[in-house]
Design a protein around this ligand. Sequence first.
Ligand SMILES: [Zn+2]
Length: 293
Amino acid sequence: MKSIAFAMSEHKLKEMLVFYNKKLCVNENMGYSPSAKKSRLVVHAWKQLGYPIIIKKIRALSIEEIAVAHDYNYVKGILNTKIKNGFGNKSLNVAKSLPWTTGSFFCAAVYAYVHKRNTFSPTSGFHHAGYNYANGFCTFCGLTIAAILLKRQCKAQHIGILDLDSHSGDGTTDTIYKTNSENFITHYSLGDYDIQKHNNTEWLENLPNLLRHTFAHCDLLFYQAGVDCHEDDPEVYSGHFTTEQMYMRDKLVYSTCSELKIPIVTNLAGGYQKPIQKIIDLHNLTAKAFQDS
Ligand SMILES: [Zn+2]
């Protein structure tokens, strides 16, 4: 992976509001996906870069809150460890972390909406979870949950979901559809398109226009800044971006939404390169792009 220099920029560094506590981490080995332990490593790495990281308080969501986007008995079964989670096991530690991962994202979304500020939720494991099923390391769709709660509790009118993870946000689509939320959630998923080496430069050049045309009417944008669309990722499907293109992707998202005056809630989503430092390095680029935009 080619490195991008982390020279401190001339202008004043921006505060990064990170909605985190250690309860959203799972410190047991979850096999192939590193997502359960990634939060802590990424927050630590962002601090190491010298960026002003402000850790903001989060709360756990209740069963009723999670069930705004899921079948109630499914939610209960997952939290009682009667149903297999997105990792394909019935780990109590995973079950305990889920109200906190979804809670982190929701708290970051409320703050972004109320204060018109960009926020960060160092979470993953949302977009393959459907209305009543877990899939692909995902158990609850924290994106759809936060959008529905934001509408009900904060009177948000329209929420955008920009999912630039490499894979289709099929769980997000399913939960939006099953809860009749299409009228106030606009969802774009990179994984629904076949973006390869031959067309990824064009896709990236068009990204600002895509954002203007798709999300200009939104109060808030949820941004899944997944890094499994990197060309070296073993699970890459759509994207195949170089390291420089990953940085450009994030910079275009932050600068275009700043022009549109839409606050962004960023989370981490997928990444499967080994060793895990390669994934952390790409999430560091997201922080750098935010600072440079
Ligand atoms: Zn993915």
